[in-house]
Write a protein that binds this ligand. Structure first.
Ligand code: TYC
Length: 102
């Protein structure tokens, strides 16, 4: 149709927003009962850390109360939390692992 309304057309180019999926921090919490070696084992087994890295993060949790173990997509973070919580429960340790949006 003919554009005779007298307005001044302005073509607005908008940038296509490329939405990155939100990331989630997986946190390990300290407690007084879970053995240090058990925590180190979990960090090696479920987070692919070498022994030195695992020991370092375990000590950080022990001293500071918690630490970020890794940052993942929602689905991967949920899987890690479930794996840690199931493994801890099976061994009757009170270890707590949670996730939070970054
Ligand atoms: N505080 C525990 C102890 O002294 C060790 C520990 C470290 C427990 C990290 C939990 O996420 C944890 N045996």
């Amino acid at each position: 149709p003919k554009d005779d309304d007298g307005d001044v057309g302005v073509a607005v180019q908008t940038r296509a927003k490329t939405k990155r999926p939100p990331l989630y921090k997986v946190l390990l919490l300290n407690d007084d009962y879970t053995p240090m070696e058990f925590v180190v084992h979990i960090l090696e087994r479920f987070f692919g850390l070498n022994h030195a890295q695992a020991f370092e993060i375990m000590l950080t949790v022990h001293k500071k109360g918690l630490a970020v173990v890794g940052v993942f997509s929602h689905e991967i973070a949920e899987t890690k939390v479930t794996q840690v919580m199931d493994f801890a429960r099976r061994h009757q340790h009170p270890l707590q692992c949670t996730m939070e949006k970054e």
